[in-house]
Design a protein around this ligand. Structure first.
Ligand SMILES: [Cu+2]
Length: 150
């Protein structure tokens, strides 16, 4: 046991200051923009292999005038989008950003995003670390008509 512990120690020491390394971002994809619609969204899966909650407090990109963290809420039976203060990924946990739920919102796209293209954006945590996300642009059907309005 002692041998195993000593063997792991250098690795643990190396990893300790890099808390951002605990966040894994998978299955990222961006909805292709609809002609004439200035907004679109990105979806992805966040996994936290660390032992502390990761709080993502904002999103940034150069593909849109505004990039925000959004969720959907039901308001008198109508699905609406609103900005969230933070997306929290619990220690050892996973959060899925998906149509109808949490998403990264791009408002006032600089140019249309077409299927087959790639785009880049960032998720920023409350420690100031910027997590770069490179994602393919794909055709994704809107779940609700209201998800087009903003
Ligand atoms: Cu939104």
């Amino acid at each position: 046991m002692k041998k195993v512990f000593l063997g792991l120690l250098p690795l643990l020491l190396t990893m300790a200051p890099l808390s951002w390394a605990e966040l894994a971002i998978e299955n990222a994809h961006i909805r292709a923009s609809i002609p004439g619609a200035p907004n679109t969204a990105a979806f992805l899966t966040l996994s936290n292999s660390g032992d502390q909650t990761i709080r993502l407090v904002r999103a940034e990109s150069e593909i849109a005038a505004r990039t925000e963290l959004h969720t959907h809420t039901k308001d008198n039976g109508v699905m609406r989008m609103r900005e969230v203060e933070a997306v929290e990924v619990p220690a050892g946990g996973q959060v899925v950003l998906q149509p109808g739920g949490l998403h990264v919102m791009f408002m006032q796209l600089v140019e249309p995003l077409n299927p087959g293209e790639q785009a880049k954006f960032y998720l920023v945590d409350d420690q100031g670390s910027r997590h770069q996300v490179q994602a393919p642009v794909m055709k994704i059907k809107a779940l609700h008509k209201s998800s087009k309005q903003h």
